[in-house]
Design a protein around this ligand. Structure first.
Ligand code: AMP
Length: 548
């Protein structure tokens, strides 16, 4: 027997309607290419989103057609999110940090028809325009007075595209399983793969995100997402924030700039900010150098890569800011786990809490986790056994766009294989030890590069560190530590290795240390180990390591 409840579809236009009715006066502040501090209100967002939806409807698009964005975080990009998806099209967010060939690949693969772009990306687009013939119209996210001259086909400014459109719009009644957004993974091998979110997954994910043990998001918050709108829906913030009516602050093209981030956080009373560890390095460095303290920020959610203990400590001790580590993936919308304390844990000694905070966190309701061995046997949640991490849930991809199961990313019993290796402790806290491909296999045992990196980054003279396996005749592979020294620091190999004394098992100790000027990163801010391994593929370790 079915229950007797309404079958209201979970679609993103319902979030917009709710936001307008309940929080029309809430502010959205943006840095844009044409305005250093643009301000408007939720009511303006909703009105202009309807104008954009009307403009898109006039472009003879069919339901499900892809409209792409190549843009930083600002109010116009947010309008695009809601107008494109809400009107029944698919918002394909493109990461401008990808290589030009990858951008060409994904635009053609997605068969995008319209491209909304920041003016800053016009030179890039003009270079590749001949290879992306599927784009029929370019809409430049600015007004006529700031519109640069361009050779792009049917280019017009965003403000003139929407300017004469009606402010009323009837959002179509969509099926909640209709696609709403598309984001390509920035995988380090092979072609990028498209993850196609639907309305239902997006709404459920955003709903889960606001819970107290997840982002703990409320109307009283002011949120600054440094995580880009072009990367996995900015971790759901565009939807979660509008559900609760939080104030939003967007850093536009300045998201890597510590000074701007600091000014926005202090000036706009930001309580919560989210981003990958590399961004926070820039902010912490800026505050350190300028002798400034973050007075308004209460918490940061950091994910996308392992968070070093030293970073959590710096936020805690110098700024009184609590770091919540999160783990997720493009394929997971992205939220999977979030690190928040369980009952009783707040009584723990401060350093025990700190150690716990270096873990990726606990599974969010809606995401089932399991770790398995090579034979797919489930491993215990004892904090020691490590295995392939698999997930299942309503906001996790069931396949990749147009790949029809050929990616082989799912198990026979329907779980998604994340490609991460992890432990889970009895309290349910997940710790990522490596990507499967980055694991260092020494003498048949695994060394967690993430744990070794974490310790290295705790050294005050280290700006960034990465550990990779290099071939070794006896042990198959041994760890090599690659270090970028902090400004002014004088570090040598022996000092660096001595830092590990008593902190890790002897056989985990890197065999050598190399100092470099910079470590390569992916377009989403992760250390690009594949490049490092290539760079040091023929590296000869200095001495044969002692028997352990
Ligand atoms: P992406 O799809 O680009 O967001 O990348 C997802 C991958 O980032 C995951 O599969 C992990 O390998 C890595 N990742 C995300 N969060 C964390 C974390 N907290 N600790 C370690 N790795 C992480």
């Amino acid at each position: 027997m079915h229950g007797l409840m309404m079958d209201t579809p979970l679609v993103i236009s319902s979030i917009l309607r709710h936001a307008e009715r309940n929080y029309g006066g809430r502010e959205i502040v943006s840095v844009t290419a044409d305005n250093p501090r643009h301000r408007y209100r939720y009511s303006d967002l909703c009105r202009r989103t309807r104008q954009l939806a009307n403009a898109l409807d006039k472009c003879a698009l069919a339901r499900g057609d892809r409209v792409a964005t190549l843009a930083w975080n600002d109010y116009r990009h947010l309008e695009a999110y809601y107008a494109i998806g809400g009107a029944g099209y698919v918002c394909h967010t493109i990461n401008p940090r990808l290589f030009a060939e990858q951008i060409v690949f994904i635009i053609n693969h997605a068969a995008d028809r319209i491209l909304l772009t920041d003016p800053l990306f016009l030179p890039l687009l003009e270079k590749i325009a001949g290879k992306i013939g599927c784009i029929e119209r370019y809409v430049v996210l600015t007004d006529d007075s700031h519109m640069p001259a361009t050779t792009l086909k049917n280019a017009m400014s965003y403000e003139s595209f929407i300017g004469s459109e009606s402010e009323s719009y009837e959002w179509p009644a969509l099926d909640e399983k209709d696609a709403v957004a598309l984001c390509y993974t920035s995988g380090t091998t092979g072609d990028p793969k498209g993850v196609l979110y639907n309305h239902r997954s997006t709404v459920l994910h955003a709903y889960a995100g606001i819970a107290p043990d997840v982002l703990n998001l409320s109307n009283r918050d002011c949120v600054l997402p440094v995580v880009p709108l072009f990367h996995v829906n900015a971790w759901g913030i565009p939807y979660s924030a509008l559900m609760v009516g939080a104030k939003l602050v967007f850093p536009g093209p300045k998201m890597g700039d510590g000074e701007t981030l600091y000014a926005l956080m202090e000036g706009e009373d930001v309580t919560l900010s989210l981003g990958v560890p590399t961004v926070w390095m820039a902010l912490l460095q800026y505050t350190e150098k300028a002798g400034k303290r973050l007075n308004k920020l209460q918490r940061t959610v950091i994910g996308g890569a392992a968070v070093p203990e030293s970073m959590i400590r710096a936020f805690r001790d110098r700024h009184g800011v609590v770091v919540h580590q999160g783990w997720g993936m493009t394929e997971m919308s992205p939220l999977g786990t979030l690190n928040s304390l369980k009952a009783g844990m707040q009584e723990w000694p401060a350093d025990d809490i700190l150690r716990l905070q270096t873990k990726a966190g606990r599974g969010i309701y809606g995401v089932e986790l399991r770790i398995v061995d090579d034979e797919q046997n489930e491993l215990p949640w004892d904090g020691k056994a490590y295995g392939a991490l698999q997930v299942r849930g309503p906001w996790i991809c069931s396949d990749y766009f147009k790949l029809d199961g050929s990616a082989g990313a799912h198990t026979a019993d329907g779980w998604f294989d994340t490609g991460d290796v992890a432990t889970i402790d009895p309290d349910g806290f997940l710790a990522i030890t490596d990507r499967t491909k980055d694991v260092i296999k020494s003498g048949g045992e695994w060394i967690s590069s993430i744990q070794v990196e974490n310790i290295a980054m705790g050294h005050p003279g280290v700006r960034e560190a990465a550990v990779i396996g290099v071939p070794h005749a006896k042990w198959t592979e041994r760890p090599l530590l690659v270090v970028v020294a902090a400004e002014g620091a004088k570090l040598d190999r022996d000092q660096m290795l001595a830092w590990f004394d008593g902190k890790i098992a002897r056989w985990w100790l890197p065999d050598d240390v190399v100092f470099v000027d910079s470590i390569p990163h992916t377009a989403t801010g992760k250390v690009k180990k594949i490049d490092l391994r290539r760079q040091f593929a023929n590296y000869t370790l200095p001495t044969s390591p002692a028997d352990f």
